[in-house]
Design a protein around this ligand. Structure first.
Ligand SMILES: Cc1cc2nc3c(=O)[nH]c(=O)nc-3n(C[C@H](O)[C@H](O)[C@H](O)COP(=O)(O)OP(=O)(O)OC[C@H]3O[C@@H](n4cnc5c(N)ncnc54)[C@H](O)[C@@H]3O)c2cc1C
Length: 413
């Protein structure tokens, strides 16, 4: 009987253990927490956006961190395979905006419960509260694992490392797998947070906390040179900005922050309108409110919370009668509406959705997920140097690589 250890009970590890278990294998899943799938539970705001309905080519395009490495994995266990698999386990799914797939129940817990039940039914041994410290190797081949507790050694023929990334460490993902892999000779590509909320210099953002802006365009700049741009929804927080658009552009911004460079983000609050059209719009509103004060004239143009800030930044007195606002002042307001600037000085590292970097894909066989350095050692999920955008791509990557690692680890030889 081939003995297989799976290290980590997240998306990748759960699927890997399921597919590694056959009548010819003994599979033990080690999870350091007392429960499985903690990150799945918090994913998609508790609803678990488990995959995306897009085709393989588009999924790869949405995985900027080594998406092409996943070609075999995504073809072996596609989004459709995942959806069918989840349905087989009793989790019906639905497709939402942007092709995002969620459980019909809107409960990520259902995904975890279904996977756990499937593992138990198949006879996978679940060892909770068991943190793996080392993978032991003899003659270039996996020989077993060592636990932290009492340094217990257990022999295994194959080990699948599925320990996740570095973000939300309270879920158990604290980067153990990187250290284990490094000690076995693997290269760990520079670890950085991705899809991460950004901290701004302007502390008045806290006055905007909770304000969500839809249909805005956010562009980031370093030294006046554009880094990237994205259209959609963003959110103000007590420390800065978050929300889908910000998370997406954060990936590249983090590289500048790492070098202590300040990045400017410019929010176009009216991206559908040219400056001339915004000017006309402002004039129309000022005409409508010509008997009012400036501070009472912006209700049609802006969300309530934003008005005091825009007034302050425009440099026009809040008490000024609208009919006395000059053309120059109007132009200033127009500029502000299309170029509302914030200075990014940091990111909320531990709140990243995903970790960029990890075990180098150059040292992993993309067709099997087996290490090219150590026989019988496999990797799956976020521990690998892969990262995708929001939309279900990271979980799909974890499930697909988990599947490949599982079905290959259980092969004889
Ligand atoms: C807030 C949030 C929301 C997200 N929402 C989505 C979403 O909706 N859709 C999407 O596609 N992606 C989402 N992601 C990303 C996605 O959840 C992760 O990329 C994915 O869960 C990674 O799966 P994994 O199995 O590789 O790692 P993890 O899910 O992190 O699992 C790793 C497991 O290994 C265990 N472990 C670690 N070290 C050891 C050790 N030494 N011994 C034993 N066990 C160990 C950990 O306790 C953990 O349970 C979200 C992430 C966050 C943080």
């Amino acid at each position: 009987m081939k003995k297989i250890a799976v290290v980590g009970g997240g998306a990748a590890g759960l699927i890997a253990a399921y597919f590694a278990k056959t009548i010819n294998t003994d599979v033990t899943l080690f999870e350091r927490n007392h429960n499985l799938g903690r990150k799945i539970l918090i994913s998609g705001k508790g609803r678990c956006n488990l995959t995306n309905i897009k085709d393989v080519r588009e999924i790869i395009e949405n995985i900027p961190g080594n998406g092409k490495f996943l070609y075999s994995a995504l073809n072996s266990f596609s989004n459709i395979d995942l959806i069918n698999f989840m349905e087989k386990l009793g989790v019906k799914t639905k497709v939402e905006r942007g092709g995002r797939v969620f459980p019909v129940s809107d409960k990520s817990e259902d995904v975890v419960v279904a996977l756990k039940g499937a593992l138990e039914k198949k006879g996978v041994v679940l060892r909770l509260n068991s943190r793996v410290k080392e993978v032991k190797v003899s003659n270039g081949k996996v020989s077993g694992i060592e636990l932290y507790e009492k340094e217990e050694y257990i022999p295994f023929d194959a080990v699948i490392i599925a320990t996740g990334g570095l973000s939300y460490p309270s879920t158990g993902s604290t980067g153990d797998g990187y250290e284990i892999a490094r000690r076995l000779g693997h290269t760990i590509v520079d670890l950085r947070p991705s899809l991460v909320p950004l901290i701004t210099k302007e502390n008045w953002v806290k006055d905007l906390q909770g304000l969500s802006l839809k249909n805005v365009e956010v562009t980031s700049f370093y030294n006046g040179i554009k880094i990237n741009s994205e259209f959609g929804e963003m959110l103000f927080t007590h420390y800065g900005v978050s929300g889908p658009v910000i998370l997406t552009i954060s990936r590249e911004i983090v590289d500048y922050l790492k070098e202590n460079k300040e990045v400017i983000i410019s929010i176009n609050l009216k991206p559908a309108l040219t400056s001339e059209k915004i000017y006309e719009r402002v004039c129309r509103d000022f005409e409508k409110y010509s008997r009012k004060l400036y501070k009472n004239s912006l209700d049609d143009l802006l969300p309530k919370k934003l008005i005091p800030i825009i007034i302050k930044l425009s440099g026009i007195s809040a008490e000024k009668p609208v009919n006395q606002i000059s053309k120059e002042e109007r132009m200033k307001l127009v500029e502000l509406l299309s170029n509302f600037k914030l200075t990014v000085i940091g990111c909320r590292e531990k709140e990243a959705i995903v970790t960029r970097g990890g075990v180098s894909v150059k040292e992993i066989n993309p067709k099997t997920m087996e290490s090219k350095l150590v026989k019988g050692l496999y990797f799956a999920g976020e521990v690998i140097d892969i990262d995708g955008y929001t939309g279900g791509f990271n979980l799909q990557a974890a499930f697909s690589t988990g599947y490949l690692a599982g079905v290959n680890a259980c092969k004889e030889g």
